[in-house]
Design a protein around this ligand. Structure first.
Ligand SMILES: Cc1ncc(C[n+]2csc(CCOP(=O)(O)OP(=O)(O)O)c2C)c(N)n1
Ligand code: SF4
Length: 320
């Protein structure tokens, strides 16, 4: 029987700051898991290190709190070992685009069928607000002694350039829209990436909820003009339909151009979607024909209490 969103909550004490955008993302993930009717024992949330890293403690499925910047390696390994599992990896923009940037690019080349969500707040929240890779050059948040001296990474552009086959952006204060994006991302037959704009009220006093809502863009009638707009409401078409090189290149180019929009107009929604790229599990199946029937997670590792894996040859070869 399908579980309700509340049944994906845990009793673990939540120590995020009041008003943190992380709450909306966790709610959206729980709602999406319920919507899709996933089973708890067939689902695992992997998280990196950071405020966002605590997410795996708050969602009642299998969960693994991994190492800083290494969440994609754990998550991809789990999916490859047990292709039946629904795998969602989460982490901060520092975690995924700073220390984890190499794994981000490498993951794009594999197309493992799983979802990666970045909680994008422009700062290193857990370590008290240093500039993260998505903070723009020259910006100064309240915990920085002087303006940022580094240029920023564009997460959507990097995902497109790295080969992710589903690339989208959500906003943590539009939970229903975010939930729908997560459902699409998880159902996508390949590696999906979601950049989620997540205001950190404690350390990022620039990209606040009010700023996204356009509080500084009021017109004469004192009406706010939200910076955030939805791609799907503009007729934007992200999907590759025909698997032709020409169409793929067109869709990639328009997604890259859209990824550069920032400032008074910030798009959310699906930027790019291509279901035709062979998923990694299929690539493995072509090499190991019975891989899906007998993946590593289903193989016996012991018999009568003794390991049936003989690594003595490897150990001998390492002897000096
Ligand atoms: C190898 C390693 N280097 C540095 C740290 C210190 N550290 C912990 S969390 C963090 C950054 C967190 O920022 P971000 O990934 O943006 O996540 P947020 O807290 O904003 O959700 C750092 C540098 C660590 N735990 N491990
Ligand atoms: S420091 Fe920022 S990201 Fe971390 S819990 Fe507080 S508000 Fe959220």
């Amino acid at each position: 029987m399908a579980l309700k969103p509340a049944e994906f909550k845990t009793d673990v004490h939540n120590d995020w700051c009041p008003g943190c955008g992380d709450f909306g993302i966790v709610n959206a993930i729980q709602m999406a898991l319920a919507d899709m009717g996933v089973q708890r024992d067939k689902t695992a949330i992997f998280s990196g290190i950071g405020c966002s890293g605590k997410t795996s403690h708050y969602i009642n499925t299998y969960g693994v709190h991994t190492l800083h910047g290494r969440v994609l390696t754990f998550a991809q390994g789990a999916k490859i070992a047990n292709p039946e599992m629904t795998i969602v990896a989460v982490g901060g923009d520092g975690d995924g685009l700073g220390i984890g940037a190499g794994h981000f690019v490498a993951a794009g080349r594999r197309n493992v069928n799983m979802t990666y969500i970045i909680f994008d707040n422009g700062v290193y929240g857990l370590t008290k607000g240093q500039a993260s890779p998505t903070l723009k050059l020259g910006e100064k948040t309240k915990s920085l002694p002087s303006p940022n001296t580094n240029s920023n990474v564009n997460p959507i552009g990097l995902a497109i350039a790295s080969g992710f086959t589903f690339v989208a952006r959500g906003y943590s204060y539009d939970i229903r829209h975010l939930k729908d994006l997560i459902v699409q991302a998880v159902k996508h037959p390949g590696l999906s990436f979601l950049d989620v704009l997540q205001p950190c009220p404690t350390y990022n006093d620039l990209n606040t909820r009010d700023w996204y809502a356009g509080a500084d863009l009021m017109d004469e009638a004192q009406k706010r003009h939200s910076r955030i707009y939805k791609l799907e409401e503009t007729g934007y078409e992200p999907t590759v339909h025909y698997d032709s090189e020409i169409e793929i290149n067109e869709k990639l180019s328009q997604a890259l151009i859209k990824s550069l929009e920032w400032g008074n107009k910030i798009p959310i929604g699906v930027f790019y979607k291509n279901e035709n790229t062979t998923p990694y599990t299929k690539r493995l199946q072509d090499k190991i024909p019975n891989y899906l029937e007998n993946p590593p997670a289903k193989q016996n590792v012991s018999k009568n209490g003794h390991s049936n894996t003989d690594i003595s040859k490897i150990l001998d070869s390492l002897e000096v």
